[in-house]
Design a protein around this ligand. Structure first.
Ligand SMILES: Nc1ncnc2c1ncn2[C@@H]1O[C@H](COP(=O)(O)OP(=O)(O)OP(=O)(O)O)[C@@H](O)[C@H]1O
Length: 405
């Protein structure tokens, strides 16, 4: 059996010691690099992902601090409590110009890229069940900590070296008060299970590049204004009234500005399943205004035969959050849906064989580490000097100012 890697608490990183091998992705807030620390790993055999945020960028400093705070919460002192589908904070650094933090590298790209490499750009129901079950467990854990995720989309579901999923990007997450005790009793059971199990999927630091090309532009998450924001007061952070998310994934209650809670994540889980099944989101329209209108008024279309998966999606895409699957019973209610029949929740990481396992090619990565190093400071300086940006790819799901609302 593989032995556990030694646990190390988040460390303070020095920008000067970090060498970037390549850019892994760009989001609305930051740039994610594959880096290694020349002080502790001179040959670059154990690279990790470093998200770097320029503090001068609008709202970036605050969002970065929020994300670091969430990652700290997700990185328990006892490694046996580390959730297998959520990242661990490896280290961070603060300079006058940048905030940056390190998490394990996921070499299998993300579900958005992976879908584009499928025939017809859709996943089979078996594959959907695999990934959605893991995402559901990750959301369940976040909710148990009082964290509502608010940014579920394929681009934020990364594939670990093991082939298992990992949720990323927590800058839109918020702390809410836990709704009821039934969720926490499930969580206690779950924690006991994680502790007992003792064999977790870990992000293996020394991992190769994935052969799937990253030619996609990530749909940017945005803070936007509600269609109709009403002044509502909720005490104890029971509901959040801020309006966030990626336009095709935004829930009706967020659009209405009615305040929202954990059920927004169940709505976006429905959109995610739909997109994995049909290759498009259910309310996508010519423009943002029309997309929002459809989210508020239109029922999703289900092509072909109805089955347990379409039933599952339909129950998650209830416009009224109180009627939505998971509203009352949380993740445990969702797990009981017939779509998950036969899933062994306690042994997800061991029993199910991942549909896609990224190839290992450590030598290739080491070669890259010596041949193509980037200096992070220089990278941003060059970026600043470049006035014209390349046009977005056809997959771009626009970064939005939502000024029309
Ligand atoms: N740990 C990782 N391993 C590999 N690639 C990663 C990792 N973390 C992030 N990436 C890549 O970088 C991209 C951007 O990361 P992230 O979502 O954290 O940025 P962001 O600026 O917060 O994005 P958003 O626009 O959603 O706010 C991801 O879609 C993914 O492709």
């Amino acid at each position: 059996m593989e032995s556990d890697p030694p646990y190390s608490p988040p460390v303070s990183l020095e920008l000067e010691n970090l060498k970037a091998i390549k850019v892994l992705g760009e989001g609305a807030m930051g740039t994610v690099f594959l880096v290694y620390d020349t002080a502790t790993d001179p040959t670059g055999r154990s690279p990790f992902a470093l998200k770097v945020v320029q503090r001068s960028k609008h709202d970036a400093d605050r969002r970065a601090r929020l994300e670091i705070a969430v990652l700290e919460k997700l990185s328990p002192a006892n490694p046996e409590f580390q959730h297998p589908f959520l990242p661990r904070l490896l280290g961070h650094l603060h300079t006058a110009e940048f905030l940056a933090w390190a998490v394990p590298y996921c070499p299998g790209s993300d579900l958005h890229v992976l879908r584009y490499h499928q025939i017809d750009r859709v996943f089979s129901p078996v594959v959907i069940r695999f990934y959605v079950a893991e995402v559901l467990c990750a959301l369940e854990h976040l909710h148990s900590l009082g964290i509502v995720y608010r940014d579920l989309k394929p681009e934020n579901i990364l594939i670990q070296q093991s082939g298992h999923a990992m949720l990323t990007d927590f800058d839109l997450s918020r702390n809410l008060k836990k709704k009821n005790s039934s969720e926490s009793s499930t969580d206690e059971k779950k924690d006991r299970y994680w502790l007992f199990r003792n064999t977790f999927i870990r992000c293996i630091p020394a991992v190769p590049d994935c052969r799937i090309e990253r030619t996609f532009v990530k749909s940017k998450s945005a803070r936007v204004s509600p269609v109709n924001r009403r002044k509502l007061s909720f005490s104890n952070e029971e509901r959040s009234n801020s309006f966030v998310g990626t336009e095709e994934y935004v829930s009706p209650e967020v659009l209405r500005g009615h305040g929202h809670e954990f059920a927004v994540d169940w709505w976006s889980l429905g959109i995610l399943c739909y997109e994995m099944l049909y290759g498009t989101t259910p309310f996508k329209a010519e423009n943002r205004k029309e997309t929002f209108r459809k989210i508020l008024t239109k029922e999703p279309d289900f092509m072909g035969e109805r089955n347990t998966l379409t039933d599952f999606i339909g129950r998650l895409l209830k416009k009224d959050p109180k009627k939505r699957l998971g509203y009352h019973g949380g993740a445990s209610e969702i797990k009981e849906h017939p779509f998950f029949e036969g899933v062994n929740w306690e042994l997800l990481t061991e029993v199910n064989r991942p549909p896609f396992i990224p190839p290992r090619d450590e030598d290739d990565l080491t070669e890259k580490a010596t041949a193509e190093e980037l200096d992070i400071k220089e990278y941003f300086a060059r970026l600043k000097a470049t006035t014209s940006l390349p046009p977005p790819s056809p997959q771009f799901r626009g970064n939005v100012s939502f000024t029309e609302f």
